[in-house]
Design a protein around this ligand. Structure first.
Ligand SMILES: [Zn+2]
Ligand SMILES: [Zn+2]
Length: 170
């Protein structure tokens, strides 16, 4: 996942737009995250003093399960990050614990692979819904209410049921 910036570095331009589609070929990472291997990357690189500032956006999709109806679906996520691109990283840069991401420019290129993988890991949502208004499953009969209607709902809201509940309480 190399971004080539040698021409940009040599030019008088102040900013550069990048847009690439990458494929992640780390099988271990893919199976752990259920990630679809092709991801989108776009960003802007700005010259700031001696270094470069990258504002990047990663778009990825992974196989997820709806937290409400448990149906499998493709979860599309977008995450943003900022990184400093430096010609040289000194020891301080490698060891400091601030959250700033620093990447080394090597032969006019920057390798984004580790950063992108990290960003995907950090941004993966724990619980998502297949759609905003997912109706979920019926807790009584287990039917997926997005596809089917069940008869439980009416009987559960039946006033006679409330009476029964009251009885059971005592
Ligand atoms: Zn759902
Ligand atoms: Zn039901």
């Amino acid at each position: 996942m190399l971004i080539r910036i040698n021409k940009f570095l040599a030019s008088g331009q102040i900013s550069l737009k990048v847009s690439e589609n990458f494929e992640i070929d780390d099988e271990d990472f893919l199976s752990k995250t259920h990630l679809h291997k092709s991801i989108g990357f776009s960003g802007d690189i700005f010259k700031v003093d001696e270094s470069l500032l990258l504002n990047g956006t990663v778009k990825y999709t992974f196989d997820d399960e709806c937290a409400r109806c448990l149906a499998p679906f493709d979860n599309a996520v977008e995450t943003k990050f900022e990184a400093l691109l430096l010609h040289q990283l000194d020891e301080n840069d490698e060891n400091d614990d601030d959250d700033e991401i620093k990447l080394k420019i090597t032969d006019g290129c920057v390798d984004l692979e580790e950063t992108i993988k990290q960003m995907i890991y950090l941004s993966m949502p724990m619980k998502s819904l297949c759609k905003k208004d997912c109706k979920g499953i019926c807790h009584n009969c287990g039917v997926n209410l997005n596809h089917e209607e069940c008869k439980c709902e009416s009987s559960l809201t039946d006033p006679r049921f409330d009476k029964l509940k009251d009885l059971l309480k005592d």
